[in-house]
Design a protein around this ligand. Structure first.
Ligand SMILES: [Fe+2]
Ligand SMILES: [Fe+2]
Length: 244
């Protein structure tokens, strides 16, 4: 599993992905670790198939007893079907996830970890040294869905928004030419995102944030001017039921 540090300051962000050992037919995913000097959280820790690679990769950065929190943006298996295995190695952790999906996510196995149900209007995750903001992203694509904003690092984790389907040979972690990205993300956004109204509400909300890096759960990350290019492109795209 490839690991790339995307922020290093008073705390750290690392993205894991491009796993050469994952089974061929499951979609490649990006998992994110945010760590302070004493605590760490995994954002969308991934599917059951990549659990062992993810655990090993994470332990290169933090000791297991410092992983105190997990976040699942929504209920999909590529996000959180590993939960039953994390539940065995992190019995005292908390899982922050939409209230809407609690009865479904528990099907992945949850006996020890505490489920913290996120209310629709968002809120925060307090890690002590840093506070992460939960940005509502409902219907993008899931009907109960959140993104995570770190105002200090200026990183917005966007789940499936911004996702691109890359070839299997290990694409770079960052977008290098935005126009070349468009064919890899157009169909994904048109088909997975159901509502223009939800999309445009989200674009308005996100434009108010100061963002250096937009970090999706599939494909490449956007930084600098590519963040604005992505928001402009997504705003102009008809998605879901708006497609004639
Ligand atoms: Fe999803
Ligand atoms: Fe996904």
């Amino acid at each position: 599993m490839k690991a790339t540090t995307i922020y290093e300051g008073s705390h750290q962000w690392v993205v894991f992905g491009r796993d050469p050992e994952k089974p061929e037919k499951i979609i490649d995913t990006n998992q994110y670790l945010i760590s302070t000097s004493s605590r760490a959280i995994l954002l969308d820790p991934g599917g059951i198939e990549i659990f062992s690679s993810m655990l090993a990769a994470t332990l290169h950065y933090v000791p297991i007893d410092q992983i105190t929190d997990l976040f699942a943006s929504h209920q999909d298996p590529d996000i959180i079907s590993s939960l039953g295995l994390w539940d065995q190695v992190l019995p005292n952790a908390k899982l922050h996830s939409p209230w809407l999906w609690e009865g479904f996510i528990r099907h992945f196995g949850l006996n020890n970890i505490e489920y913290v149900p996120l209310q629709d209007d968002g809120g925060v995750i307090d890690l002590g040294e840093i506070t992460l903001q939960l940005i509502p992203a409902h219907y993008l694509h899931s009907s109960g869905n959140f993104h995570v904003y770190d105002p200090h690092a200026k990183i917005l984790f966007t789940g499936d928004v911004g996702a691109a389907l890359e070839p299997e040979d290990g694409a770079p972690m960052f977008v290098e030419n935005f126009d070349e990205q468009i064919p890899k993300m157009k169909l994904f956004h048109q088909r997975w995102m159901p509502s223009n109204e939800a999309k445009n509400d989200w674009v308005t909300r996100v434009r108010r944030l100061d963002i250096d890096i937009l970090a999706p759960q599939h494909g490449r990350l956007y930084k600098g001017d590519d963040v604005k290019r992505f928001l402009d492109w997504f705003e102009a795209l008809d998605v879901g039921v708006a497609i004639k």
